[in-house]
Structures are given as C-alpha cells and as structure tokens.
Design a binder for this molecule. Structure first.
Ligand SMILES: [Zn+2]
Length: 388
C-alpha cells in the first residue's frame, strides 16, 4: 500500500517535470525542405550481431551492408531499456517516451493510464505536407511498431482502441497480419479498401486507400499460397504510394525480434533475410527514382547475441531486449549518420520530418488539458479494482 502511494507520488512529480520540459522551446527545431520520398525500414530486434551471425551461419551477403552511410542508433527510452512501443515513438516522433507509450507521454497507474501529451508522428508530418503515408509490417496492424506510426495511446496492449484509431488515422496504406479485431465494415465506411490477401492487394489502384489484414505469412515464404512475403509487399506498397508529391513508408520486419525472444536462430535468420530483401527492393526503387532516402535501423537488439570468446561461435545470452546500439544505415543522405557514428534514436524521426520538407516545429506536442481529470479517474479505477 505504502509502496503504491509512493509510486503514484513519483509518477506525479515525473509528469509535472515532463510537462514543463515538453513545452519548453528547446524541443522546437525549424528545418528546411528536402527530398520527395522517405522509406524507413525497421528490423525489430535487429542488432549488429544478428547480421553477423546470419551472414556467417548462412553464408549470405546482405543488401543493407551495401548502404553507403553507416553507423549506430542508441535505443534507450525514458524507462531505460526500451520496448518496441517507446522505440517506435522515438523513431516516429523524435521524442523519448516511457515503455508501452505510443506517440504519447503518459503515466500508468496499475494498468490504467493518463496521457500528458500527444506527439506528432512522421506519418502525420507526411500527410500535413500533402504526401501519402503507409505502413507495411510482418506483425499484426496493432503491433507496437506499426502503432507508433499511426496512433496515440498510453498502452500498447489496447488492441481494440489501436485498431479503432487506425480507421481514422489518415494514412493511405496499412498492410499487416490480421489481428482478428479489425472491423471490415468500419474500415470500408471510412473509405478504406479492405483486403485479406496478396492477390487482392495487387488489384489496388495507385492512391486507393488500402487496409490489408493479411491471413497468410508475411515474415518469409513458407511455401503456402497464402504467403505475402515482406519483400514483395514492400515493392507493391511503393508502387501504390508513388505520386507527384511524394510519400513516407515504414516497413517493419517484426519476426527478427519475435524469433530472438524464443532464441530461435533459424527463424530469426530467415526473417532477417526476408527483411533484407525488402531493403534491397526499397533501395532499387530509390536508385531509380533519384529523390528517395532509405533508412535502415532497428528499435533495439533482442537476444543479447554475442560471440563466445571460448568457442568463437555466436550465441543468444538472453530472451529479452538489450541496450546494445543497433545498426543505422542510409541510402540517399549522409546527414544523419556516417563513418560508424552513434546517434540517438530520436534523431531518426527528426531527420525524417526535415527531409520530408516539414518547416514547422518538430518534434511537436499537443498538451492534453484533460490530464489531471484522467489521472484522478485512473486512480479511482485502481481503488475500485482493489475493492473487488
Ligand atoms: Zn521484443
């Protein structure tokens, strides 16, 4: 009881401090116009040694090794070791958040939340500039990474809430594995074409608003006809999003992380190779287009993959995330990273907004004036749940 009261007290102090830091002008950066399209490729849980292990074990070379500008991203969140929600928030909004927060700064009281402020994400930036915005992931649409580029919520587990927000999120394209709760009628009513297979997605017209709740496997080809491999979806999404004003596209290979959580190296490597094929396709488009930046990075490392000093073999050392700096590689610009430099993950979101040509303040936050009421309500819910 005492411990709970203390943590609520700490939460309030922290919230007040964050609110003050949020509205200070130090967060405002004014930036000039640049390229037409930006493609951000996120290998969830992909550390430097995920790449090294895959190459040595499978004897393959990787397209992402060919990218001209290379360095590392520092992945910590306000909670310390990051999760994919805070990781996505840093990459999409250019600001740190607590774990579980998606494009918000929020406090959690025994599972109930109160949002202090919402962060603008780079999909919103693209849309505000009259560009198109899209997401392709091997995860479900309500996974932490795609959610960090489409919704604002205090808790990543709020699947129904996240899916409902995606109906009205303003994006042009969301293609993901079916999460089982997306309401086809609600999406269609809001102007989306709702598809469930690669075949159906191929039939989408350029510029048609497209929600893909894919029933087959996306992370790599399993030999089933239902498969919709990430690399093929990436090329198709680029084709559907391409237009005179430009687009922002986020592509996530989610199963590098998922397989490393269970220390399944074969699964991790297959997912990584498929993600790399998607990178190759994106870079091929960028080379031809001449006005596109491709950024390849991860939200964090998973599995603590290390080379054993005795055996000289790579191995997993944990089933969790680690705070190892992750690869950050670019095609099309040397302004974010080069020569093996280490930069904060928040710089990625800021760089994207700048390169899309956003000249207003970014990072940008909207203060939630209901915060005190929401916090009291969250506290009340805790008391009620304790009585039960
Ligand atoms: Zn994870």
């Amino acid at each position: 009881m005492k411990k709970r009261k203390f943590s609520v007290f700490i939460g309030l102090i922290l919230s007040a401090a964050m609110l003050i830091s949020c509205i200070s002008p130090a967060f405002a950066i004014v930036i000039p116009q640049d390229v037409k399209n930006v493609i951000l490729m996120i290998g969830d849980g992909m550390g430097e040694n995920s790449l090294e292990w895959t190459k040595s074990e499978l004897g393959v070379s990787l397209a992402m090794d060919e990218l001209p500008y290379q360095g590392y991203s520092i992945t910590d969140s306000l909670s310390g070791l990051t999760d994919s929600a805070a990781g996505a928030t840093a990459l999409s909004c250019g600001l740190h958040s607590f774990n579980s927060n998606l494009c918000t700064l929020s406090v959690l009281v025994n599972g109930y939340g109160a949002t202090i402020c919402d962060y603008m994400n780079v999909s919103q930036v693209a849309k505000s500039l009259g560009k198109r915005a899209g997401i392709v992931t091997s995860d479900v649409n309500s996974g932490a990474t795609p959610s960090g580029f489409s919704v604002h919520t205090y808790k990543r587990e709020l699947t129904e809430e996240i899916t409902a927000q995606q109906v009205d999120c303003g994006l042009d394209l969301i293609w993901a594995a079916d999460n089982g709760v997306s309401d086809k009628a609600a999406f269609e009513k809001a102007g989306w074409t709702y598809s469930t297979s690669m075949d159906e997605l191929s039939g989408i017209k350029n510029g048609e608003r497209s929600f893909g709740a894919i029933s087959g496997k996306i992370y790599y080809e399993t030999g089933s006809e239902d498969d919709a491999p990430l690399s093929e979806l990436t090329s198709l999404a680029i084709e559907k999003l391409e237009n005179g004003k430009g687009f922002f596209l986020m592509v996530e290979g989610a199963h590098i992380d998922k397989n490393s959580h269970s220390n399944n190296k074969e699964g991790m490597m297959k997912s990584l190779v498929e993600f790399d094929k998607a990178v190759k396709n994106a870079v091929e488009f960028a080379k031809e287009d001449g006005n596109t930046i491709v950024i390849v990075t991860a939200d964090h490392e998973t599995g603590g993959i290390t080379k054993n000093a005795g055996t000289g073999e790579f191995e997993y050392t944990t089933g969790d995330h680690t705070n190892a700096d992750v690869p950050l590689r670019l095609f099309g610009s040397d302004e974010l990273v080069k020569d093996g430099a280490h930069v904060k993950n928040t710089q990625v979101g800021r760089f994207i907004a700048k390169k899309l040509g956003y000249t207003s303040r970014f990072p940008s936050i909207t203060v939630n004036f209901r915060f005190p009421i929401d916090l009291i309500s969250a506290l009340f819910k805790v008391r009620k749940s304790r009585l039960r």
